[in-house]
Each structure stands twice: as structure tokens, then as C-alpha cells.
Design a protein around this ligand. Structure first.
Ligand SMILES: [Zn+2]
Length: 287
């Protein structure tokens, strides 16, 4: 989207709302967000009621855009800055919002990106054992998450990257492969990645102080992904460094964001981000 068009959409709250409503409808007639029925009628207070299941809602109900209390204009301005890869610290003064508000909105957007990925049902299903920190679970409880250090397999083919959650591989297994089968490991901050493993270019996870890194045996040679230029990892590495202090909890969100950015590099990200933001929060992720 060029700047002139962008300015047109953010010139007023009404214009911004119109833009987002259009992305919610995506060219089709409005539907009930609960049962998908199209028999709707408008109540005096402007809300809609479903003629099928009687659910009362407004246009943004059950959508990501409804989370966080931002105005439509603020959302569009945030999308623009997110497209330009600004950090929450730099965004907050630009948007004249508090750091916390911006940080939460960015997390919502990252969550929306993840929820739009092909493997989202697997990632977001409780059986994955991953706690993405999307609810206000205290950090202590989050430590009880079953799969605290999810392991991802990275594979790149014909310029597309796929980042798969490997539900049956634990971080401890990866360290064990290193110790007993000489699988080469490299570390960048809390992020540990391996040399080629089975069909993957690398296995990767994010650890923290609770995991003994002493095992990580850096052998002086670089991992396979470090030897590829112009690849996903070259793209992701510099960006991950910018996310000040990646935690195991945020790592899946960052990885899926980078997968999205890489697979859409060279495209106009703004409308794609708006579509993700306007999507319905999937049932398996309703809190
Ligand atoms: Zn309904």
C-alpha cells in the first residue's frame, strides 16, 4: 500500500474502521461469528443479532482486532510500524500509547499471524503443551507448561521456509543427541540450533537458565544453516538479535512471525497483516 492510500485510511477513525470492516468481510456477506449463519438483523443499539443462534455481536466480535482496546486508527498505524519492523519501545512514542498497550497489541498481532499459519491447529491445541503467554497466566504458572522448550524443525525449499513443531522431540533430546551422537549444536543467546538433522536443515529451540547449557558443545565449525547466505536463517538471525532477550515463551511467536515475513518478502505486508488481524480467533484458541 502506498503512502497516499495509507494516509487516506488513517485520516479519520471512520475511514480506518471502514478499511478494517472490509477486511473482516473479505468480500462476502456478514455472518454470525458463532454459527456462520447469514440471517442477521440489526438492533437499535447498532449491534447485530443472529437469526439462527440468537447470538448478539458487533462487527469485530471474536476477532483479533477486538483485543487490546485500540481504536481502528491506532491499529492501522501500529500495522504500518509493525510492517516497518519497529520495536515496541520505538512504537510507543510514535503512537502516543503506553509501552504496555503497544506490547500487548503486538503480541495479539503475532498471535494472529501464528493462528493463520497452516500448522496453527497443532501449535494452538492444548495437547502441544506450549504456553504462548497469551492469557494473563502468571509467569510462575507458565513454568508448569508441559512443553516449556518446544523444538522446531526448519526446512527451506525453493525459497519457502517451513517451521514445524516437533511435538515428540524435547530440548533434552536435542542435548542428548549432541552428547551421544555428536549432533553439532550452536548457540546464539538462549537460542540453540543444530546441524542438519533427518529432513531438517536444523532443529531449534529457545532455552533459559533452567536448562543446563553446559552440554552445548560448540565445536568451532558452524552449523549447516550458518553456511547458507540469502537463506531464511540469514534473514531471521539478524532479526532475532533485535528482539531484545528472546524467552522460551515468546520464541514460537517470533519464529512464526519470521516465517510469515520471509515467505511474503517482497510483497505488500500491510493488507496481509490487516487480514490476519481481522480474522476470527479460532475456536481452539478462544480464552
Ligand atoms: Zn449464530
Amino acid at each position: 500500500m502506498d503512502l497516499v492510500e495509507y494516509e487516506r485510511h488513517v485520516r479519520s477513525e471512520q475511514a480506518a474502521r471502514r478499511y478494517l470492516l472490509k477486511r473482516c468481510l473479505n468480500g462476502s456477506k456478514p455472518r454470525c461469528p458463532r454459527c456462520a449463519c447469514q440471517r442477521l438483523y440489526r438492533l437499535a443499539d447498532q449491534r447485530l443479532r443472529c437469526g439462527g443462534c440468537r447470538y448478539t455481536f458487533h462487527e469485530f466480535t471474536r476477532r483479533f482486532v477486538n483485543r487490546g482496546g485500540l481504536s481502528c486508527r491506532d491499529w492501522l498505524r501500529l500495522l504500518k510500524l509493525f510492517e516497518l519492523e519497529l520495536t515496541a519501545n520505538r512504537m510507543a512514542p510514535e503512537l502516543r500509547l503506553s509501552y504496555n498497550t503497544v506490547y500487548k497489541a503486538m503480541t495479539t498481532l503475532r498471535f494472529a499471524i501464528l493462528a493463520g499459519a497452516l500448522d496453527a491447529p497443532q501449535l494452538l491445541h492444548p495437547s502441544s503443551g506450549i504456553d504462548l503467554g497469551l492469557t494473563d497466566t502468571p509467569e510462575e504458572e507458565a513454568h508448569a507448561a508441559v512443553n516449556r522448550y518446544p523444538v522446531f524443525g526448519i526446512i527451506e525449499k525453493n525459497g519457502w521456509v517451513f517451521i514445524d513443531l516437533l511435538p515428540h522431540v524435547q530440548a533434552e533430546n536435542v542435548l542428548h543427541f549432541n552428547l551421544h551422537f555428536s549432533l553439532k549444536l550452536t548457540r546464539m543467546g538462549n537460542i540453540v540450533y543444530t546441524d542438519r538433522f533427518q529432513r531438517y536443515d536444523a532443529l531449534m529451540f529457545c532455552g533459559d537458565d533452567r536448562l543446563t547449557f553446559n552440554y552445548v558443545n560448540i565445536r568451532g565449525k558452524s552449523a549447516y544453516v550458518d553456511s547458507l547466505s540469502g537463506s531464511f536463517w540469514a534473514f531471521a538471525r539478524t532479526r532475532l538479535r533485535r528482539f531484545n532477550g528472546v524467552t522460551p515463551r515468546r520464541f514460537p511467536l517470533y519464529l512464526k512471525e519470521l516465517e510469515f515475513r520471509y515467505n511474503h518478502r517482497g510483497e505488500d505486508l500491510f493488507p496481509l497483516l490487516a487480514d490476519r488481524l481481522c480474522a476470527l480467533v479460532p475456536d481452539f484458541a478462544q480464552s
